[in-house]
Design a protein around this ligand. Structure first.
Ligand code: APR
Ligand code: ZN
Length: 384
């Protein structure tokens, strides 16, 4: 790798990146060029990154508009190498978390407290930087596309300042890396979108990192029962650490899960969270909630339509969706980092594996295997 903090400013950096040349193919470690940041952009050196389910969904989906070659990855922590013109509040050497959901703080959405949408997110899946519709990555003079404005599977990346959050320099990078996407999405789903109340009953469908974060969020809010639903029975023991009080494995029952949950609770849960991205699971999650005020929050990602019963909606149930758990990155992420550092939030047990960046293809296998929650990849094992 050429260039390090201090002497690379304004120059092209040659470094290693895990490039995806075609959907579903193993990533290839390549020497790539990373251009300096333009106005309102920041170039960062990634310290560690993790594979999230959403990377896998885009990587394996041959139907979508993803452009190749592409550098995936959107859950990471890095250090600022250099900043482009007009970048305020972030400077060289800062510890930062890149996020896929920008927070420009100035658009109508950002000014509203109702959601975390941001006008700047329109460009999210273009694979290009918004300022000039071009890429900062290249290989032998040919562009490589960005992913969700982050592309963390590279030693260096360029992101817009709106998608970068400065955090406490003392935070452990491998732990707070999880706040870059999955955990924040789960916690926000409970606190901001569902707004779970103390003493209420909750069902969590899918106990991956996102579902575990939902359980943790519900535990912190003081939910009285947290029912974890997963087809993998190994998830219950881990789930207990995050507040799951009961476990339902759909495979153990002839009847649909919503009936099991209604029998367990009398009338259904107050809140249910869909954390698998599976269409049939969304329907079960919705049917598991009680009439009157039952709220279903969809967190898993899916692009199909869902069959929802008209009559159940008329009985007062609500179904809500969100991205990044409704969290506003620049204001909410530093608070979560703080909570973690004060031991008010658990993250450590979500890290089940750690490998070095060149072993990146292993993390795909691990996530598929069902034993892995998050696998942290260190860019430089020496920093570990
Ligand atoms: N019923 C119950 N549980 C299921 C089902 C099902 N039909 N299908 C999958 N699961 C469980 C898996 O066993 C696993 O424990 O859901 C969990 C999903 O976990 P991960 O694959 O680790 O996914 P995670 O990173 O938590 O993301 C979950 O949120 O961000 C989105 O795109 C992401 O849709 C994905 C979801
Ligand atoms: Zn993600």
């Amino acid at each position: 790798m050429n260039g390090s903090v201090g002497n690379s400013k304004g120059k092209v950096i040659t470094c290693k990146a895990a490039v995806c040349w075609a959907p579903g193919e193993a990533l290839v470690m390549e020497d790539i060029q990373v251009a300096p940041p333009q106005a309102l952009e920041v170039r960062i050196r990634i310290i560690c990154t993790a594979l999230c389910h959403t990377d896998v969904s885009f990587w394996s989906n041959k139907q979508d508009n993803t452009r190749y070659p592409q550098i995936f990855g959107h859950e990471a922590v890095g250090r600022v190498e250099s900043v482009g013109e007009n970048v305020k509040d972030i400077e060289e050497g800062d510890l930062v978390i890149p996020v896929f959901m920008p927070h420009c703080t100035e658009c109508v959405d950002c000014k509203s407290t109702e959601s975390n949408m941001c006008a700047r997110s329109e460009n999210l899946i273009s694979g290009l930087m918004a300022s000039d519709n071009s890429s900062r990555f290249s290989i032998n003079g040919k562009p490589i596309y960005h992913f969700l404005g982050v592309s963390s599977f590279s030693e260096y990346t360029v992101v817009e300042v709106d998608s970068l959050v400065k955090i406490d320099p003392m935070a452990a990078p491998d732990k707070v890396c999880l706040l870059s996407c999955g955990v924040t999405t789960g916690l926000g789903g409970v606190w901001k979108v569902g707004n779970v109340q103390k003493g209420s009953t909750v069902a969590v469908f899918g106990l991956g990192t996102v579902g575990m974060a939902v359980a943790e969020g519900a535990r912190i809010r003081g939910a009285s029962r947290i029912i974890g639903v997963d087809v993998n029975p190994k998830k219950f023991d881990i789930g207990k650490k995050f507040g799951v009080t009961e476990f339902v494995n759909p495979k153990d029952h002839e009847k649909p899960v919503h009936q099991v949950i209604k029998e367990m609770t009398g009338s259904g849960v107050d809140y249910s969270f869909e954390c698998t991205g599976n269409k049939s699971v969304i329907v079960e999650a919705f049917k598991s909630t009680r009439n009157g005020w039952g709220t279903t929050v969809i967190i898993g990602v899916n692009m199909t339509e869902i069959p929802i019963d008209f009559g159940e909606l008329l009985c007062g149930k609500t179904i809500k969706g969100s991205l990044f758990g409704g969290m506003k990155a620049k204001t909410d992420l530093p608070l979560l980092v703080d909570m973690y550092m004060k031991k008010e939030l658990q993250l450590d047990d979500l890290i089940t594996h750690e490998i070095s960046f060149p072993e990146i293809n292993k993390s795909f296998e691990l996530l598929k295997g069902g034993e892995c929650l998050r696998c942290i990849m260190w860019m430089d094992m020496a920093l570990h």
